[in-house]
Each structure stands twice: as C-alpha cells, then as structure tokens.
Design a protein around this ligand. Structure first.
Ligand SMILES: Cc1cc2nc3c(=O)[nH]c(=O)nc-3n(C[C@H](O)[C@H](O)[C@H](O)COP(=O)(O)OP(=O)(O)OC[C@H]3O[C@@H](n4cnc5c(N)ncnc54)[C@H](O)[C@@H]3O)c2cc1C
Ligand code: FES
Length: 265
C-alpha cells in the first residue's frame, strides 16, 4: 500500500454528531488503510494529531473524534467544506488471519480503531461480538452502525474505572469460544485483557496510545520503556506477548514534554 508522507489536503464532506462529545468526519478520498492504522491529521494553524481510521469504503473514509482538549475542540468547530490535511496511514494493523469468532473491545477515544476492525471482520464473514465501553453515554458510538452489520453489541457506560465493562468482558470470554480478542481503550483495561488472554491462551492484539508527534519514527516521543520501541511505527497495534514485554504497559505513559503520567487505579 502506498504510504503518504507528504500531507494530503482533503475536504470534509460530512460531519455526523454521534453524541455530545463525539463527531465523525467523513472525507471523499480512496484511502488505502487497514484497521488499527492511524492518520496524522493536520488542522491548519493548530497542530498535527493522531486519529485511527474509523471506517472506510472504496471512495470514502471517516475519523471519529472524542472532544478532549484544544485540538479536538477546534476540530469540533470545523464545517462541511473545510480543508484538512493528513499523512499516513501510519503504524501496524490488526491481523484477522484464521479467526472465526472474535471479541472486540473499544473504550473511549479507542473505539474507532476497533469499529474499523468490525467492518473488516464482517467482510470476511467472521462472527463478531463487540463491547463498547465509555465513561459516559455520550461517548458510546456507532452502536446502530455496528448492529446493522450483524455485530452483536454490548455496552457499558457511567463507569470511569471500567469495572462493569470488565465483568461483562470476563463473562463473555468464559461463555464463548472466542479465537481472538482485539481491544483499544483505557490502558488498565487493556492490561487486564492481555493478562487474561495469556492465561487462557487466546490470540490477542491491543492498540496502545502513546504521545505521537511525527508518526515516522524520527522524534522519539512515542518510545516506550524499557526497550525504546517506537510505538508510532512498531505499534499502535501489538500482540499480547509484546505488550507484556513493555515495562511501562499498564503503569504509565508520557505526555508531550516526556513527563511520566501514571494510570490511576
Ligand atoms: C494511534 C492513536 C490513535 C488515536 N485515535 C483516536 C481516534 O480515533 N479518536 C479520538 O478521538 N482520539 C484518538 N486518539 C487520541 C487523540 O490523538 C487525542 O485525543 C488528541 O490528540 C487530543 O488532543 P487535544 O489537544 O484535543 O487534547 P489534549 O488536552 O492535548 O490531550 C488529551 C489527551 O490526549 C493525549 N494526546 C494529546 N496529544 C496527543 C498526541 N499527539 N498523541 C497521542 N496522544 C495525545 C494526551 O496525552 C491526553 O491524554 C488516538 C491516539 C493515538 C496515539
Ligand atoms: S512519534 Fe516521533 S518517533 Fe514516534
């Protein structure tokens, strides 16, 4: 697939309000990308930030954005017809080879990465159950879109620590013979999923969010302790074994200045 390293300018052709805090931006552009990969989205005059591809068709693609700080607030002010830039697709992607029945888990701003995977799995006739987890009802996205594609959707919200989501996930894993677990979301939840997959010997991939500045392995902002692996290229999607070799996984990440931010238990 051709990798775009020079920014490409695209026009927003549709904006969908998914809820109070989520908007989907649709672009008419034949993007070649795989589920799990991300684009560096350039908002002229603001910044360049990473967003996973949420779905795509042969001539369109979409990014689903959770409003969090300055960049996403500014993006929420954009209108249909506005021009944005992107580079990518960057990074690794999920691997569905040999899977027949899978559980997808998407939480908070991590949900779009796995909604695209649900679309890819549907095209390969793989049976999909999907847990959508969010801190608030307004952050539950794509429920009817997923259901329309034959995906069985479960959701849990109003649960900042994702404890209810974890109860649901363990229950589903114990009752179903999943041959793959795929997840993107709060890292403490990802850590539990990785540990359970290793214990039960289930194929598992997770997408890890680290601070990404360049997306091309140059600046070192996304490097993880203690291997120094650059997750902008060696990730964001990693398998359970690699995730557990990253010593900071489930403990802390770094902000844009390099300072450690510990995940709150
Ligand atoms: C591979 C990847 C895919 C992502 N996909 C999506 C997506 O599909 N939808 C979505 O809503 N969000 C996604 N994000 C998160 C998104 O990049 C941040 O929410 C966004 O950059 C926040 O910017 P802000 O200025 O609005 O908020 P800020 O107040 O600056 O930050 C809010 C949070 O976002 C994190 N963040 C800020 N800048 C970056 C950056 N350059 N790289 C990584 N994290 C950052 C901060 O550490 C903080 O935790 C993804 C992140 C990564 C790494
Ligand atoms: S973000 Fe620059 S090296 Fe990964």
């Amino acid at each position: 697939m051709d990798k775009i390293t020079q920014p490409t300018i695209v026009k927003i052709t549709k904006i969908i309000n998914e809820g109070l805090n989520y908007k989907t931006f649709v672009f008419n552009y034949p993007l070649e990308a795989r589920a799990g990969q991300y684009l560096m989205l350039w908002l002229p005059g603001e910044d360049l930030k990473p967003f996973a591809v949420a779905w795509k068709t042969p001539d369109k693609f979409a990014l689903a954005v959770l409003k969090r700080g300055d960049f996403t607030a500014k993006l929420f002010e954009a209108h249909v017809g506005d021009l944005l830039g992107f580079t990518g697709p960057h990074g690794t992607y999920y691997n569905l080879t040999g899977r027949k029945k899978i559980l997808l888990i998407g939480g908070g701003s991590g949900a779009p990465s796995v909604t695209f995977l649900a679309q890819e799995a549907g095209q390969q006739n793989i049976k999909v159950d999907f847990v959508l987890a969010a801190a608030a009802k307004e952050e539950i996205i794509f429920e009817s879109w997923l259901t329309a594609q034959g995906v069985k959707v479960y959701h849990r919200f109003q649960d900042k620590k994702y404890e209810h989501a974890w109860d649901l996930i363990t229950d589903l894993i114990n009752k179903n013979n999943y041959d793959g677990l795929f997840a993107c979301g709060p890292e403490l939840l990802l850590k539990k999923i990785v540990d359970l997959s290793l214990e039960k010997n289930i194929f598992c991939q997770v997408s890890l969010e680290r601070y990404i500045k360049c997306g091309i392995g140059v600046c070192g902002k996304c490097c993880v302790d203690n291997s120094g692996l650059c997750l902008c290229q060696a990730g964001p999607v990693v398998n359970n074994h690699l995730a557990n070799q990253i010593s900071e996984f489930g403990k802390y990440h770094r902000d844009g200045s390099g300072q450690k931010i510990y995940f709150k238990q």
